[in-house]
Design a protein around this ligand. Sequence first.
Ligand SMILES: Cc1ncc(COP(=O)(O)O)c(C=O)c1O
Length: 372
Amino acid sequence: MRVPFYDIKAQYDELQAPMDAAVHEVISSGVYTMGKNHGLIEQELAELHGCKHGIALNSGTDALRIIMDAAGIGAGDEVITVAFTFVASVETIVQTGARPVFVDIDPATYCIDPKKIEAAITSKTKAIQPVHLFGQLADMSAINHIADKHGLMVIEDAAQAIGSSYNGVAAGNYGIGAGFSFYVTKNLGAAGDAGLILTNDDTIAEACRSIRVHGMGRERYYYDHVGYTSRMDEVQAAVLRVKMTKFHEWNQRRERLAEVYLDILSESPVVLPIVSPGNNTTWHQFSIQSDRRDALRDYLKERGVDTMIYYPVPIHFHEPYQRFGSGEGSLPESERVSKQIVNLPIQPHLNVDQVAYAAKCVAEFCKQTVGK
Ligand SMILES: Cc1ncc(COP(=O)(O)O)c(C=O)c1O
């Protein structure tokens, strides 16, 4: 049996008629930027998360960088984040001129360990940027408590957490702004690159809207900020609005598949994902840990089950970022997890039989390799 990791084409197949119509409508309208769909997707996504402002952009990476620019973060500042993440969480901090300061993860949730944050705060710290990894929010009660105590801003890297919530409050409501990604493989994926900022802060929202279009102010060709070209284009906005009609259903399918994995693997000696109290995860990924990770991947591959590793090397080990870290051993959980984690297929176009088969292959591998 084949169990593909991603099947983006299947999303299109399910939505072909409305998708073709929406794209055709945009192309034939001649309005390709800042059109009807652009405004509506901002509104719909802000409403979905209970946030005041939605700002549609060309990527999740730009979302993070623009929030930091709008907040005035730059040279001489420090921003606390994690090294066990996608590089955009860190590169955007470096791009502003600020210094990323790495804090280790809690291996149970794969998100920043709040117990380790205070030791990393200095007089230069301006913000904490938790990453809501794999669809689950970081421990935002603890993080917001620390931020309030030390007068720090919080910026959510919510690229993988569209629609996720914690204690009933959605991502996007825990700081001065949150960056979301609609990269094709995300739970809500565009037909290319797209991203979003959500914020409840009027001043940040106004600055982000301006920075998105070259820093332009309310009048054309008058500039208030140094900005970028970062609008979400109208075709992407239209595609996302069509996919929004399936967003909850596709997340429910993910949840059902997660239950199948958790059930079949409950007795296997692998580390299963934990949904921490209060979290409502959207199962962007289903990650397990095995001390025979690479052999397990080979075993699954031979049986038609695709896997991925998010993330094989923590950011502080990569050459451009080494100068911001403290080398090997400085982030023990991030370093260990990178060697043991493997992500199993959980996309909404898999059926229960495919996932049960993948889970059984993992269980079989564990049985065969006991004591090895
Ligand atoms: C944790 C995290 N942060 C930031 C990003 C950047 O988003 P984008 O690829 O839309 O620029 C991603 C996307 O993969 C991500 O996973």
